[in-house]
Design a binder for this molecule. Structure first.
Ligand code: FAD
Ligand code: SF4
Length: 490
């Protein structure tokens, strides 16, 4: 053996990272299941099931390819590597550059050499050159540059379909009397069953845990969902938890799928005329735009970015986040119950229900971030930190988003079916039946009006406060709502 190749649980692809040029004759492959990852926090068990079972399947896949693989259980990743290094003291350890600041530091200190992390479409230095030349880091500017750089949906420097952005076409409420395609169910095998038994749960049929299953999920999306992805990408409904979302983030994030594979499949379907430009653009924007932008910003903004708390929000995590029985708010109850069941909800519940609630209640960003990290199947540092600190909670003083994503019940009422079965009324902002989102939205704007009045994108909303004849009653209701939320009674 000439080298030890460390493969982290988010680099599970035989053709990328340190495995790209690996040789079964001379490379020993090491995966480490660290106790810190399994028992270090009260992780959602569906998340653990997916990550651990995927890694164990990957070990088996590499062995089939002829590799010698050691799957080590240890207290920490470095402890696991120490164990292996004891048996092979002269071998260098290499890995693809880790996906988090912390692991980069820890592995570098231990002496691991890194090769470029090619699990993204944008090398980190390329993102830095883009960001260094920006006055503000607008995702839309990055995305257009990315379309041009990669030559995707552009002809002669112009966007295919005549515009860069089909957001207007893509913001429909949930459809009525609509037949959703059946969910793709994944069958558990022996490895899945063993992992589930260790965790004390049943295997999940929502999530596959092998590259074959990941490819089946991609095919299912392209064949059954892609054409309607665009129009309903922002809609939420109690009738169907996935709508037309791809459910691909866990697989792209742990390496079972490379973003280039997803992109190729999407472009092929578009070229064959299976989807219109609005859906094609809407989805491709997520893959080459949002995902790459978020990763780029994570590295560009540095390790301390996650400590941001610009709005000085210090409320403790509300009990409803850990126990959906602690709220009567139908939208929140349904969303948190869904997360308990599958460790996933799509981007609008993440942004406009969960983060919005944390934002307007003044919940501490780090407490909320830690909760999101623990619960979601696709959560890792590089993706959760910018999405929560920057996009969701505006805790970074607007480095990522030019205005906070705060909204009242009217938005949720328009984009979901949740309000019909709720104890509260989205139209009311004061009184016992007022929707907590509506009350707290105005209270939030009022609390931060001196800050937001300087932001021209917020001035219309801030001016709206002056038109509220019932502001004193609303402020009184906000006090009751916040106290009731703290006690799990609202
Ligand atoms: P689709 O809606 O089908 O989108 C396709 C793909 O685009 C996703 O699989 C994902 O890879 C990518 N994508 C879209 N938006 C983003 C984004 N903002 N950041 C990164 N990738 C994006 N995504 C994660 O992968 N992990 C997280 O921990 C995570 N946390 C989030 C927290 C908040 C507050 C918000 C607002 C968004 C977060 N997202 C996160 C982004 C997005 O919600 C998920 O990627 C998406 O819901 C996953 O479901 P899907 O695969 O069906 O996505
Ligand atoms: Fe959510 Fe308010 Fe609608 Fe109830 S009324 S579901 S709390 S937005």
């Amino acid at each position: 053996m000439k080298r030890i190749i460390y493969v982290s649980f988010d680099h599970l692809h035989p053709k990328y990272g340190a495995l790209a040029d690996a040789d079964p004759k001379s490379d020993l492959i090491v995966l480490v299941e660290s106790a810190r990852m399994v028992t270090g926090a009260s992780w959602n068990k569906i998340r653990l099931y997916f990550l651990i079972s995927s890694a164990r399947h990957f070990k088996a896949e590499l062995e089939q390819l002829g590799f010698k693989v050691q799957y080590v259980k240890a207290a920490t990743t470095v402890d696991g590597l120490k164990k292996v290094a004891k048996d092979y003291p002269k071998l260098p350890i290499i890995s693809a550059h880790p996906s988090s600041h912390l692991q980069s530091k820890q592995l570098a200190e231990f002496g691991v050499s890194f090769i470029e992390n090619d699990f993204f479409l944008t090398p980190r230095n390329l993102f830095t050159s883009w960001a260094d030349n920006q006055k503000s880091f607008l995702m839309e500017s990055f995305y257009r540059a990315q379309r041009n750089r990669l030559g995707i949906l552009v002809e002669g420097g112009k966007p295919v379909g005549g515009k860069w952005n089909f957001d207007k076409e893509n913001r429909l409420p949930p459809p009525k009397n609509y037949k959703y395609p059946p969910y793709l169910k994944h069958k558990a095998d022996e490895i899945d069953q063993m992992v589930a038994d260790e965790l004390g749960i049943s295997p999940s049929d929502t999530w596959g845990t092998s590259r074959k299953a990941a490819k089946a999920q991609l095919k299912n999306f392209i064949d059954n969902h892609f054409a309607n992805f665009g129009p309903y990408e922002d809609a939420m409904t109690g009738e169907n938890w996935a709508l037309h979302h791809s459910l691909l983030s866990p697989y792209i994030n742990n390496g079972l799928l490379h973003p280039a594979e997803v992109l190729t499949a999407a472009l092929n379907a578009y070229k064959k005329g299976e989807v219109d430009i609005a859906s094609a653009e809407g989805f491709i924007r997520q893959i080459i735009g949002w995902r790459e932008y978020v990763n780029g910003m994570y590295w560009y903004l540095g390790a301390d970015y996650k400590k941001g708390n610009h709005l000085n929000a210090n409320r403790k995590l509300l009990p409803l986040f850990t126990d959906p029985g602690k709220t009567k708010m139908n939208c929140v109850k349904t969303t948190v119950a869904d997360i308990k069941e599958r460790a996933w909800v799509h981007h609008i519940p993440r942004l406009m229900i969960l983060s919005n609630l944390a934002l307007i209640t003044g919940t501490n960003p780090q407490e909320f971030l830690n909760w999101m990290r623990r619960e979601f199947i696709d959560a890792t540092d590089w993706v959760m930190v910018p999405n929560v600190i920057g996009m969701g909670l505006h805790a970074d003083n607007g480095k990522m988003m030019s205005k906070p994503y705060a909204a009242g019940g009217a938005y949720i009422s328009r984009m979901s079916t949740y309000c019909k079965g709720c104890a509260y009324d989205p139209k009311l902002r004061a009184g016992d039946n007022a929707c907590p989102f509506t009350t707290l939205y105005w209270d939030f704007l009022d609390r931060h009006k001196d800050e937001f009045v300087k932001n021209h994108r917020m001035s219309q909303q801030i001016n709206g406060i002056k038109r509220l004849s019932d502001l004193p009653q609303l402020k009184q209701r906000a006090i009751e709502v916040l106290s009731g939320l703290d006690k799990g009674l609202i």
